[in-house]
Design a protein around this ligand. Structure first.
Ligand code: FES
Length: 96
């Protein structure tokens, strides 16, 4: 069953197959997203804030945690190229 990713404040919504990275969902919604490492989990520029449904994202991997630590990204953000969707979730970014 597909999952719905809702983006605020635009209220754009996309349906994706479970396992889809947040980065791909944002691109599907036509939203700009920062990326400096070609989605390799290195730059941490793709950090997004989870408004609701945090449990509907994959667990944070060691690679994601390290990228956040090295790049001084807050624990509240998930890296869009690393976090995959498993259920309905609401996402925002400071620059949207
Ligand atoms: S695009 Fe670089 S860590 Fe996600």
């Amino acid at each position: 069953m597909d999952a719905e990713v809702r983006f605020v404040p635009s209220e754009k919504r996309v349906r994706v197959t479970p396992g889809t990275p947040l980065l791909e969902a944002a691109q599907k919604a036509g939203l700009p997203i920062a990326s400096g490492c070609s989605a390799n989990g290195l730059c941490a520029r793709c950090g997004l804030q989870v408004v609701a449904g945090r449990g509907s994202l994959s667990d944070e991997t060691h690679t994601e945690s390290e990228a956040k630590r090295v790049n001084r990204v807050g624990p509240e953000l998930r890296l869009a190229c690393m976090a995959t969707v498993s259920g309905d979730v609401t996402i925002t970014a400071t620059y949207w």
